[in-house]
Ligand binder design. Sequence first.
Ligand code: ZN
Length: 180
Amino acid sequence: MEGGIATQTLLLSQGYEPVKVISWRRAFTLLTLGKVEVLEEYDANVRTTTVVFKVPAVVRLLRAFRRPQKPVKFSRVNIYARDKYRCQYCGAKAPISDLSYDHVLPRAQGGKTTWTNIVTCCYRCNRRKGNRTPQQAGMRLRQKPLQPSWVPAVTIRISNRSIPDAWRDYLWWTSELSAG
Ligand SMILES: [Zn+2]
């Protein structure tokens, strides 16, 4: 097996959710360790010194996949994700490059840099609000900022064109598939 998408294996959780794309070698290692079962195979054979086997296309973890229950990292990007990339004042949705963040209670008035005092904000609203509270600026927050309890989900970004046929049944639900 040389290059190409057929050397990659889709790893599913026990619950059949795509977790990530791994190399077939990694998939084979997981298989020999008894950690996964093979759901789909490619036509290609691989020969090792001792065995010949079909290249696994889709494998499923046999045990529950536990995401580490760490608190969500406080970062600009996670603030944007929490706020769904929308300015929390005017509601405009924008790419990260066009977003800023705002201290609801301005730092000059003792506002802290925390989940509950930082919101996603477009540059225009940011300028308009300045060093004022929303009340002082006559602006209204769309929702109260909270510390998120979720862990950002693993997203698999692959274009439709490069998806092996063997994967399609397991990716049908994902909205990440682009028409590319
Ligand atoms: Zn705005």
